[in-house]
Design a protein around this ligand. Structure first.
Ligand code: ATR
Length: 282
């Protein structure tokens, strides 16, 4: 790092566990970019002040993580992309001469990873999404904007899945979007992809959030969780011979999209991100 470097970072709480500083700093080094990326633990009531600081200090870009992805919408100036507007949450901010632009690279990162690792093209496909929180919202809107034919949200709390299905139907009337309170209510149709967008599986001893006996035939299976590398959910799917992928590819792809928004660099970025992540998760 030289003097007068550009500053980037992540606002979160907690944020110490984030792999983003290591990822982005490795990439700045690899591409010879004079910049540094820091983790900023922002107080839960201080996000507005953090964004004031970003403007005042000329911080060039930030990522947002738990719990700020939705609240950040109150402090930025513009969300240029349609997809990001309908998600209702952002994970990346670009400071262009004092004006703050918000983006959500999670959904596009998911689509990139699903295409690369599972050969999955959402157009005309039927997808079961487990969960109805922020992650499910990002994945669901990305699938709908990419012309999935049908989306089912199965969540432990049915009312939350119902709220998400109604919200997305308002934006994407051409996609069939339904909430399920039980996997027994899955329609007797072939489902092409099952996505775990719950946090169930992150903690030791967590059960699988889904029983694959409820599926008709085979489906590709994506788990947004990357630590542990193989949840019980993913292990079950692999044992059944389903094509599977964990969330490491999505993590790399969404980080690569943020990096591109900030630096304009694209070629080789996602691959380098993935290589860096694999090295530190070994
Ligand atoms: P995120 O922003 O990462 O999506 P979130 O908004 O807290 O986080 O959502 C977590 C999701 O995981 C929710 O769908 C949650 O289900 P509820 O809406 O019923 O809370 C789901 N989830 C968490 N723990 C779970 C468990 N043990 N079994 C099944 N689903 C679980």
């Amino acid at each position: 790092m030289k003097e007068n470097c550009d500053v980037y970072g992540i606002f979160g709480n907690p944020v110490a566990h984030s792999l983003s500083p290591h990822l982005h700093n490795t990439l700045f080094g690899a591409f010879g970019i004079n910049a540094v990326y820091a983790a900023f633990p922002v107080g839960r009531r201080s996000l507005g002040m953090a964004f004031e600081g970003m403007r005042a200090l000329g911080i060039r870009g930030v990522n947002l993580t738990i719990p700020f992805k939705e609240e950040a919408l109150n402090f930025i100036d513009e969300i240029p992309e349609d997809l990001d507007r309908c998600v209702g949450a952002i994970n990346t901010v670009v400071n262009r001469e004092g004006r703050l632009f918000g983006y959500n690279t999670d959904g596009r990162g998911f689509l990139t990873a699903a295409r690369e690792e599972l050969g999955f093209n959402p157009e005309g496909k039927k997808v079961l999404v487990l969960g109805a929180g922020g992650a499910a919202r990002g994945v669901g809107s990305a699938l709908a904007i990419a012309h999935a034919e049908a989306l089912w949200f199965y969540n432990r709390t049915l009312s939350r899945a119902g709220g998400l299905a109604d919200y997305l139907t308002g934006y994407f009337p051409e996609t069939q979007i339904k909430a399920l309170g039980s996997p027994e209510n899955l329609p007797a149709q072939k489902i092409d992809l099952v996505v775990n967008a719950t946090s169930c599986g992150m903690r030791a001893g967590d059960p699988s959030p889904f029983d694959f006996r409820f599926l008709e035939g085979k489906a590709a299976v994506y788990d947004l969780i990357y630590s542990p590398a193989e949840t019980i959910f993913l292990k079950d799917a692999r044992r059944l011979g389903f094509p599977v992928a964990n969330g490491l590819g999505m993590l790399a792809a969404q980080a690569a999209l943020s990096f591109e928004l900030w630096t304009g660099r694209h070629d080789g970025v996602r691959e380098k991100m993935l290589e860096t992540l694999k090295a530190c998760s070994r």
